[in-house]
Design a protein around this ligand. Sequence first.
Ligand SMILES: *[C@@H]1O[C@H](CO)[C@@H](O)[C@H](O)[C@H]1NC(C)=O
Length: 137
Amino acid sequence: MKYISASFYCIVLLLSTFAILQSSAKVHVHIQNRQGKNINLHCRSKDDDLGYHKIENGTEYSWSFNPNFWGTTLFYCAVLMDPDPVWYYFDAYDDRRDRYRCKAQCIWLIQIHHTLIGYNEKSGDWELFFFRSDRLL
Ligand SMILES: *[C@@H]1O[C@H](CO)[C@@H](O)[C@H](O)[C@H]1NC(C)=O
């Protein structure tokens, strides 16, 4: 009995060490404005509000974070593009979608005509995404 519980604890310890190492790798998100005009950006997760930022054309806003252990990390952003008076939303990092898609670098380009493209680190492709007109959470 003692032997079984000792190996059980060893396995649990190994698995949790592995899980912690896996989840502690930092993800860097970059949101580049290629829209031609300034944009306003507001990104947040359930726990962190990154605040409002004015991003000039040709520049980017970036931050990094450690995805949580549970695989539920979600950062979403609202974008205001002059002269449109509405905020457009997109998920800058959704662990379920991006765990392998952008493991280290999540690069987003906001281009003219509200075109949003994101880099898929795994496939090496730029992918087309669509803004939402509201925050569907
Ligand atoms: C916006 O920035 C991009 C990338 O640096 C540049 O190619 C483009 O010419 C700029 N557009 C305007 C209108 O300044």
